[in-house]
Design a protein around this ligand. Structure first.
Ligand SMILES: N[C@H](CCC[C@H](N)C(=O)O)C(=O)O
Length: 298
């Protein structure tokens, strides 16, 4: 099965993008995982599939698969690459472009300077929306935010509400469309992302797993951020993670919109008015090629 693909990235968060408009692309979790494999495949954090819209108020359908094959609700950096892709491929000349995602329609605007701003949709902080099982936990209140004590010892069980303070991460949970758990750290460079990240991602209190954000406050309008992504591990940048971190920081009374988010792959600018999020940042098309996906052995 030979497919054309385009390799792209948004602030170093890299993607294989597939045109499911001009050809039928039968993307499965297994094929997504093989394409994303860094050695046996093309290599990517996520696979993005562009398809015809299934609803009248959207121009295209936009589907996202993590490198572990899981299909998810949203990808912020991917959304910016998506809008660049559909214009570069001549699939539309509309601007803004409306993309149908799992939880609704988002609006994408390609600006004259080449940056792309994305209406990221609404934000929810109630545990049920994330989803996060907060039963038996008492949150710490900071500003308007709830900080939940998460046992990150690596031996957490669903009903363990008595985490050892030395192994407790105080997280704000946020649903952008996808789930995030954001904690503030003193220095992202020394934060134990590789150890605590997977423990948060797979914590039993997140029934659909979660993206784990580690945010360092630089000043009221700048943060540094690392994200251990659900289904992909640490990436150089995470668009929805940047949105979740900024919304959490503003609710905690630590940040003022707009916020510059310094990631390892580049700078994202996030605006949040308490309801709608807007994200702007860089995108790049790296190369185009074809791949016989069923011949991959990964
Ligand atoms: N790993 C995320 C999907 C990709 C999000 C990230 N790459 C972004 O730019 O928002 C999840 O499982 O929800």
């Amino acid at each position: 099965m030979h497919w054309k693909f385009t390799k792209m990235h948004g602030a170093g968060n890299d993607f294989v993008v597939l045109d499911g408009v001009r050809e039928t692309i039968a993307l499965t979790p297994e094929r997504a995982r093989k394409l994303a494999h860094r050695q046996f495949g093309v290599g990517a954090d996520q696979i993005l599939l562009v398809e015809p819209a299934t609803r009248a108020d959207a121009d295209f359908r936009y589907r996202i698969f993590n490198s572990d094959g899981s299909e998810v609700e949203h990808c912020g950096n991917g959304a910016r690459c998506f809008v660049r892709f559909v214009r570069e491929q001549g699939l539309t000349d509309r601007n803004p472009v409306r993309a149908e995602i799992a939880t609704g329609v988002i609006t994408l605007d390609l600006r004259d300077d080449g940056s792309v701003s994305v209406e990221m949709g609404s934000t929810r902080f109630d545990p049920a929306s994330v989803p996060f099982d907060a039963s038996g936990l008492t949150p710490r209140i900071e500003g308007e935010a709830e900080l939940w004590p998460l046992d990150v010892s690596g031996t957490a069980t669903p009903d363990d509400a008595n985490a050892d303070p030395a192994h407790t991460a105080w997280v704000t949970v946020v649903a952008i469309s996808n789930p995030h758990a954001v904690q503030v750290v003193d220095d992202v460079d020394t934060a134990p992302v590789a150890i605590v990240g997977p423990r948060v991602e797979h914590h039993p209190r997140f029934p659909r797993r979660v993206n784990a954000g580690f945010m360092q406050i630089v000043d009221r309008q700048q943060i540094r951020l690392r994200v251990y992504e659900r289904g992909a591990g640490e990436t150089l940048a995470c668009g929805t993670g940047a949105c979740a971190a900024v919304a959490a920081g503003i609710r905690r009374g630590l940040l003022d919109s707009p916020v510059q988010v310094h990631t390892r792959g580049g700078i994202l600018t996030i605006d949040w008015d308490g309801a709608q999020l807007r994200m702007a940042g860089p995108t790049q098309t790296v190369f185009e090629s074809t791949v016989d996906v069923d011949a991959l052995i990964g």
